[in-house]
Design a protein around this ligand. Structure first.
Ligand code: GLU
Length: 446
């Protein structure tokens, strides 16, 4: 069997521009050590090595015209990592300077996340170097049209089903779907995250944040704790962060922060539901947290600050990859009551931060690929709804999401060798691998 060290050095040599992929593969390979040894038949067909290599990467030029009539050039990508368990599935990210290496790690993680849901979904990720921030609605529409004009030939309800991610929300998905439809793709199930009324499912915008809370609740109960009264620090102010905050309040926990790349909005006594409603409304008008802060009683914006310095019980990194450094982990570990990290973003903790939490022995660490799977779960329901051509109610979606997050939680607990606290990272990787490896063996080479 190829050792982890050989596998990693081969991945590093083959893909020198993808440091986040090396990090993700190292974490997965580390967690899978014992189970890979126990299954020589999986080794023989090189399951992990093959999962690291995407089936295909589509890369294309996107030319669009800005409001001043100038032509702009961007790069678009779709990394189709694995369709072993179902159509390629995963979000699209629009971000300035987006790197293919970042999408490679996200696609690799997505394969494991999607496998964990137990739904028939493969894994993919895509996006473009375009930054929607500061762009007019017309510019966003022109960019989305140009992007989908290139991407449409590579997607479809049984082939590859993109959704949103950072920089791609309901508005962008609307323009993307509209272009897909005009180009002759009449199938609603080719994209998820559509708005309700033309193929979208209720609760999709809330799904990742709500799912994170359902997973957190299950993990808290597993460790004989209770969410009520816990002080929770959240990073990010996008849809995952905001909906996680709303659900935390509904579960009687306290939310003391939200953040963006400019700094952190603190509310030491906890945000109220009306604070959150104001933040959602003002962000919808294009205001950023620093501009909103003066109008929120009891809240203060700290430029350049991260959310982890205030005493908290639970840290919820919901912004982006590698935002929680080793120093941040040490800051969190200095809080006496600190006990849980629940990742709303994809791989928001650096490897050194995860090692620090694990060395502390008292921290329950909930990795994103399990804890934030609620978004793709509801995307899976949206695909089913589109295929059935029968609408689902919000209550039905919420119930199915709760059940599915409990199912994922159970799979993690059952596949973890350490119970106190549960090693969720091991459990998540092993549970996903136990679905992927037999499928690869059964389906043969190629
Ligand atoms: N972008 C989300 C994620 O990271 C959702 C993907 C989807 O719904 O396909 O899981």
């Amino acid at each position: 069997m190829e050792t982890n060290a050989t596998l990693l050095s081969r991945v590093e040599r083959a893909h020198p521009d993808a440091p986040e992929l090396h990090q993700a593969v190292a974490e997965v390979a580390g967690a899978l050590g014992p189970i890979r040894h126990a299954h020589p038949e999986w080794q023989e067909v090189r399951v992990l090595e093959r999962l690291v290599e995407p089936d295909r990467i589509v890369s294309f030029r996107v030319v669009w015209e800005d409001d001043r009539g100038r032509l702009q050039l961007e790069r678009g990508y779709r990394v189709q990592q694995s369709n072993l368990l179902g159509p390629y599935k995963g979000g699209l990210r629009f971000r300035d300077g987006l790197k293919l290496g970042t999408l490679r790690f996200l696609a690799f993680e997505q394969v494991f996340k999607d496998a964990l849901t137990g739904l028939p979904l493969g894994g993919a990720k895509g996006g473009a170097t375009f930054n929607p921030r500061g762009r007019s609605d017309r510019e966003i529409q022109r960019f989305c049209r140009a992007f989908m004009t290139q991407l449409h030939r590579h997607i479809g309800p049984s082939l590859d089903v993109p959704a949103g991610d950072i920089g791609v929300g309901a508005r962008e998905l609307g323009y993307l779907y509209g272009t897909y439809r005009r180009l002759g793709g009449g199938e609603q199930g080719a994209l998820t995250g559509k708005s309700v009324g033309w193929g979208g499912i209720p609760l999709r915008p809330e799904a990742t944040g709500y799912g994170l809370m359902y997973f957190l609740r299950a993990a808290i109960e597993q460790h004989d704790l209770s969410l009520a009264g816990l002080r929770c620090a959240i990073s990010g102010a996008g849809s995952v962060a905001i909906h996680a905050a709303r659900k935390l309040l509904a579960l009687d926990a306290q939310v003391i922060s939200l953040s963006n790349s400019d700094g952190t909005l603190f509310c030491p006594d906890g945000f109220t539901a009306s604070h959150l409603a104001d933040i959602i409304e003002r962000q919808g008008q294009g205001d950023r947290l620093d501009a909103i802060a003066p109008d929120l009683s009891g809240a203060e914006f700290r430029p350049g600050a991260k959310p982890w310095a205030e005493a908290c019980d639970v840290a919820l990194p919901c912004a982006t990859q590698n935002e929680v450094t080793e120093a941040d982990a040490e800051t969190l570990l200095r809080h006496d009551r600190f006990k849980v990290v629940a990742e709303g973003a994809n791989m928001p903790c650096t490897a050194a931060a995860v090692a620090a939490f694990s060395a502390a022995r008292r921290v329950v660490y909930l990795p994103g690929k399990a804890a934030n799977a609620g978004g793709v779960v509801v995307s899976g329901l949206e695909m089913a709804m589109n295929a059935q051509r029968e609408p689902w109610t919000e209550a039905e979606v919420d119930e199915a999401l709760q059940e599915r997050m409990k199912f994922i939680h159970r799979a993690c607990v059952d596949n973890a060798s350490r119970r106190d606290p549960v090693d969720y990272a091991e459990g998540a990787n092993v549970a996903a691998f136990r679905r992927l490896a037999p499928a690869m063996l059964a389906q043969g080479w190629g």
